[in-house]
Ligand binder design. Structure first.
Ligand code: SF4
Length: 332
């Protein structure tokens, strides 16, 4: 059963330049465009794409800190926009977020115990102090922190330990879905694997669903059941992690996978990775038709005319490239 269902979701911001007059109309920045997908109970959906592809805006819309300007977000079957105050509070408890920069995400004036207990104090203010201390201690142990460090401050911890504090804080209310927004990209490579393994273990033990956002496909591949590939706010490919990584269909996914280094030095040396030329276009002036066409190595003139829709190949794997789809049907 799907826990989260996103239907045709769009998020647009009004942007004003520093030199704009007050009467100058704001320009539109469409960060997320007509995105649809589901997350099942106990599933990890990896979301990949370059910086600026709208991944973090998507996460914030699901948590409810950024308003959707189109489409729907259905949580446990209910439309988020139509929730009353009590249901909204319940949703806030059930959906938590882990941030990219662990130290910046923690209040430097609060002790680790206060930071982890804060969501409990907000949502369950009647919790007795001994219960609160016990829950914080248990959560610290669960994420691999010694409970006797409860009175220390964030600056006394390493980056990996700070991320463990952030994870403990996100999980103390027993959420159903955790949005991990680039949770390991600010960490050393050796620590990244520890944090990813910890998240996997917690997901299994606590029956969580995860949305794991990253620009590094090798990390996403390791933790995800399914992978969604985003570009300029658009979903270009989605499918089982193994299928997307082994047999990518969209030219953008192919380029991302080609950029992942192979651990075998001999194979890596002989490889000719497909290099993606150019920069991500501005979301305020996206290309017409296929948003990827200005960087696509196999673009045709007609790619400028129509926005391609996601096409399902077998009910579980979809991509948004009609040119590749036509080639698969009529190989040269
Ligand atoms: S629709 Fe055209 S531009 Fe877009 S990915 Fe396919 S071939 Fe490339």
């Amino acid at each position: 059963m799907s826990l989260l269902r996103v239907e045709d979701l769009s998020v647009t911001f009004d942007v004003r330049g520093r030199g704009d007059w007050p009467w100058t109309p704001a320009r539109k920045l469409q960060a997320v465009r007509a995105l649809s997908f589901e997350v099942a109970e106990g599933e990890t959906l990896g979301v990949v794409g370059e910086s600026g592809s709208g991944k973090s805006t998507l996460a914030r819309a699901i948590v409810g800190t950024v308003p959707a300007t189109g489409g729907k977000i259905l949580w446990d079957g209910s439309d988020l926009a139509a929730l009353g105050p009590a249901q909204r509070r319940k949703h806030r408890k059930s959906v938590q977020m882990i941030f990219q920069d662990p130290l910046a995400a923690l209040n430097p004036r609060m002790t680790v115990g206060e930071i982890i207990a804060e969501p409990l104090r907000t949502h369950h203010p009647d919790t007795a102090k001994p219960d609160m201390r016990r829950k914080v201690g248990e959560m610290m142990e669960r994420v691999g922190l010694l409970p006797n460090l409860v009175n220390r401050y964030p600056h006394e911890f390493s980056g990996g330990q700070c991320q463990r504090i952030g994870i403990a804080r996100a999980l103390i209310l027993g959420p159903k879905l955790v949005l991990c927004d680039e949770p390991v990209s600010a960490l050393d490579v050796s620590v990244q694997a520890q944090v990813v393994n910890l998240l996997q273990a917690l997901k299994r033990d606590m029956g969580l669903s995860l949305i794991f956002i990253a620009h590094d496909l090798s990390v996403v591949k390791h933790i995800s059941d399914r992978i969604a590939v985003m570009y300029l706010g658009t979903l270009l490919e989605i499918g089982a992690a193994d299928q997307v990584c082994r047999a990518p269909r969209h030219p953008y996914t192919k380029a991302l996978i080609s950029a992942v280094p192979v651990p075998d030095p001999a194979v890596e040396k002989a490889r000719r990775p497909a290099v993606l030329e150019g920069e991500l276009p501005s979301p305020m002036a996206p290309p017409s038709g296929c948003v990827f066409r200005t960087r696509c190595p196999v673009a045709l003139a007609r790619c400028a005319d129509q926005i391609p829709a996601l096409r399902w190949m077998d009910g579980a794997h979809a991509h948004a490239c009609p040119v590749v789809a036509a080639e698969a049907q009529h190989p040269a």
